[in-house]
Design a protein around this ligand. Structure first.
Ligand code: C2E
Ligand code: MG
Ligand code: MG
Length: 557
């Protein structure tokens, strides 16, 4: 006990310290300090009731108990996890043993993670998720007090030119400086969030009259008008501001931001470096998008998103080789909302990063479970949206999923579209080479529908082509589609790529493709997208269907 890395105390029944290990002494105080009442002397006041209750419970039930408390050291308080147990000493009198593990690193990490989830990494300002919470709080207060407030969207004018002309590091520096300047013009009770590349949102409680709005937004615009000095460049960017007011224009957080956004667009269109207060003639985004978007934030909190799995099978044996992960939103009243409706919204408001990271992790973990069932190697295909692909954190997300699930990189296929690659080919090249280091494979989704150049097939490390459903649909009748499929298969053969045909619905289509050397099939014919438990059954059937009785016995053994 004396040498233990954890802190160890022996206490008598009233809680006096009879013994304290070396580590406890060095951490907390000089030895004579430690002979008093452990609770009163060394535990933070706020945590004393919890420890008291734990000690009482242990004495009563004789079963060990665990409690987290802050122990007071001369300089500060440190979080410890205390395990309390009870024993009888040589005189048959109950005593307690308290073993404490330092939790400060863990607590700091948790705190950091919480911060990261709710703040923008570049400027340290709140992100959209925290913004939406803050606005809801301000709405609740405004309802009680009856006083309105304003939401102001601030867009930097001409920021793209800075980024393109002087490079991202300079652009980042300007954003950080702009964030600091904007923050400085606001009161402590105001919230300033960064919600997009060059877009900020300020929530201004108590600001609702025209004069007040003019004053605050005037300051926001003015503070960005003076030049930014970065690395001997003198940079000018202005700001356009759009404002919406609660409750005059809207009463929920998503709509308030959307309308302020519409007003900002108007400010940009009408000369920039000015403020426009929302008016119905600026027409915001369509009504149903806004309500769907509001519901999406709610859905993330409530865990309404789930994953379906669609089998990808060998064209010849029809044995399942892997699954494509397809996201679903189980809305309490709308039912299943298809991804075509919610992915584009998530893509514009940034939620896709959160959803995508979750999907990647959940899918890799699920594949491990699938493999348990069929005792053979499978692969999992996950769709990656353009915004996820561009996100700096994407590789961390990928590493995290692989580490968490224990899946090896080769079993993961990331589906991206041609467009994703071509927006910023230089960036794409770096990211893809890093993915290749992790052995994850890249599939081009909806191949043939996006981009008319094939040069990228040579430039990027691509492994799989997924022929889009529109080329499969009219097979085998359509000569043109047949020609396209043949060309893709031929191309793939010579470039050593695998091909998956998407949207195969009939036996004729399957045979046509199989005859021409298409190895993998995905479509309603061989399996619709299905929940994990159904996929599990399909997998069992697929695994055993092609086995001879003798082999089957071996598998069962
Ligand atoms: P995709 O990646 O090309 O996925 C294939 C789509 O074709 C799926 O639609 C699937 O249900 C559908 N499909 C498969 N076989 C057949 C068939 O035989 N006949 C017909 N008519 N359709 C078939 P779904 O699930 O509605 O997904 C639509 C798109 O949404 C996906 O296209 C993908 O681009 C996107 N998506 C889905 N899940 C995610 C996700 O987790 N993240 C991202 N970023 N995008 C996703
Ligand atoms: Mg896909
Ligand atoms: Mg596709």
């Amino acid at each position: 006990m004396e040498e233990a890395g954890d802190v160890v105390f022996r206490l008598n029944q009233p809680g006096q310290v009879l013994f304290a290990s070396k580590r406890a002494v060095t951490l907390i105080a000089s030895p004579h300090d430690l002979h008093g009442d452990l609770l009163a002397a060394h535990v933070a006041a706020a945590d004393q009731p919890a420890l008291k209750a734990a000690l009482a419970e242990v004495l009563q039930s004789l079963a060990p108990s665990v409690v987290e408390v802050r122990l007071k050291t001369p300089e500060h308080e440190v979080w410890f996890e205390l395990r309390v147990s009870c024993f009888l000493n040589q005189l048959q009198v109950p005593e307690m043993l308290v073993v404490g593990r330092d939790m400060s690193v863990q607590h700091a990490t948790e705190e950091r993670l919480r911060h990261m989830a709710t703040h923008d990494g570049l400027t340290e300002l709140p992100n959209r998720l925290l913004l939406s919470d803050r606005i809801r709080m301000v709405i609740a207060n405004a309802r009680r007090s009856g006083q309105g407030f304003a939401v102001a969207t601030v867009g930097l004018d001409g920021f793209k030119k800075v980024n393109d002309g002087l490079g991202h590091p300079v652009g980042d520096a300007v954003l950080r400086m702009a964030a600091a300047r904007l923050r400085k013009t606001l009161r402590d009770s105001d919230t300033l969030a960064r919600v997009g590349g060059d877009e900020f949102v300020a929530v201004l409680p108590g600001t609702s009259t025209e004069a007040q709005i003019k004053l605050v937004t005037g300051r926001l615009i003015a503070t960005l008008q003076s030049p930014f000095e970065v690395d001997s460049h003198t940079i000018y960017v202005g700001a356009s501001v759009g404002v919406s007011v609660y409750p005059n224009h809207a009463e929920d957080e998503v709509r308030l931001v959307a309308l302020a956004d519409a007003a900002m667009t108007r400010a940009k269109e009408t000369g920039k470096a000015r403020c426009v207060v929302y008016s119905p003639k600026h027409s915001g985004p369509p009504e149903h998008d806004i309500s769907l978007e509001a519901a999406m934030f709610q859905a993330v909190r409530e865990g309404e998103f789930l994953l379906y799995y669609q089998p990808i099978v060998d064209a010849r044996t029809r044995e399942i080789q892997g699954f494509e992960t397809l996201m679903r939103w189980k809305h309490p009243t709308l039912g299943m909302v298809p991804p075509a409706r919610f992915i584009p919204i998530a893509e514009t408001n940034g939620l896709i990063n959160l959803l995508g990271a979750w999907a990647l992790k959940a899918a890799t973990v699920q594949l491990k479970q699938f493999e348990e069932v069929c005792k053979r190697r499978l692969y999992i295909s996950v769709n990656i949206s353009p915004r996820q692909f561009r996100n700096d954190k994407f590789l961390d997300v990928l590493d995290d999923a692989l580490a968490f699930s224990g899946l090896s990189g080769e079993q993961l296929v990331l589906e991206i579209t041609e467009g994703t690659l071509m927006v910023d080919p230089i960036h794409a090249e770096t990211i893809l080479s890093k993915m290749a280091l992790r052995k994850a494979r890249i599939a081009i989704d909806d191949f043939g529908t996006g981009y008319s150049s094939l040069a990228y097939l040579k430039r990027f490390p691509i492994s799989v082509l997924k022929i889009d459903r529109t080329f499969i649909r009219d097979l085998p009748g359509s000569q043109k589609d047949g020609a396209i499929c043949n060309a893709v298969l031929d191309l793939a053969k010579h470039l050593d790529l695998s091909v998956v045909a998407e949207g195969v619905e009939t036996e004729d289509q399957l045979h046509y493709l199989d005859d021409r050397g298409c190895q993998y099939i995905q479509g309603y014919l061989t399996g619709k997208p299905m929940p994990a438990n159904v996929a599990m059954t399909a997998l069992k059937e697929s695994t055993y269907a092609n086995l001879l009785p003798e082999e089957l016995r071996q598998v069962h053994q």
